[in-house]
Design a protein around this ligand. Structure first.
Ligand SMILES: C[S@@+](CC[C@H](N)C(=O)[O-])C[C@H]1O[C@@H](n2cnc3c(N)ncnc32)[C@H](O)[C@@H]1O
Length: 199
């Protein structure tokens, strides 16, 4: 077994043992350990949340006084203390439903959104960046000043331009790859800290 497959298998087994809905949960745990994104009492929006591993991590981190809202185009099995908005992040109706559910601003937007991959890299990259751009646009509408965002991105030709765009809205933008993310995959996370304000 290759090392990357062994790692995938390790986190899959661990997620089953620890009751997480996905192995992705460990990516958020590791990102939070490094960047301290999730805090007690926070309001967190999670875009592309199904099946719900990140929702579980966020729910635990924000505690009873916090709020977690998940968005996905697919159906998400209910999770105690989490509001689910089912819809497409690229559709204005979904954003309106989110704003209604929020009743105010959010501290953090998480986005692990990814399209169904076709295997044709340039197409998958373009589709994924387009989804992440919609998450960034949503962040601009809902974040408090000083708020944070974590955006999944597939590496490729549009990455540089997308990072530059994010840098004009956040004080610090870091590109990182958590341990739980397969080294072989071209998935990265853009951690955006200190939302300045929408231009
Ligand atoms: C990698 S999964 C997210 C895993 C999740 N973070 C977890 O911990 O369980 C990516 C998700 O993005 C969702 N997605 C894809 N396109 C979307 C869109 N246009 N709007 C909302 N969600 C979308 C998919 O349905 C899928 O559930």
């Amino acid at each position: 077994m290759k090392l990357s497959d062994a790692k995938k298998d390790y986190y899959r087994k661990l997620s089953k043992k620890e009751g997480f809905r996905s192995r992705s949960a460990y990516k958020l745990i590791q990102l939070d350990k490094s960047y301290h994104i999730l805090k007690s009492g926070n309001t967190v929006v999670d875009v592309g949340c199904a099946p719900g591993g990140w929702l579980q991590v966020a729910r635990e981190a924000v505690g009873q006084s916090g709020m977690v809202i998940g968005i996905d185009i697919e159906t998400v099995t209910q999770l105690a203390g989490v509001t689910i908005v089912q819809g497409d992040i690229q559709n204005t109706h979904t954003i309106n439903l989110l704003i209604e559910a929020l009743k105010g601003k959010a501290n953090t937007l998480l986005s692990d959104v990814s399209p169904r991959v076709s295997g044709l890299w340039s197409i998958d990259h373009a589709k994924q960046i387009s989804l992440s751009k919609s998450s960034l646009d949503t962040a601009k509408q809902i974040l408090i000043r000083g708020g944070n965002a974590v955006l999944k991105i597939f590496e490729g030709e549009f990455l540089k331009e997308f990072k530059k765009d994010a840098e004009s809205y956040f004080a610090d933008v870091h590109l990182t790859k958590p341990m739980a993310s397969r080294q072989r995959s071209s998935e990265l996370y853009m951690v955006c800290l200190g939302f300045k304000s929408a231009r």
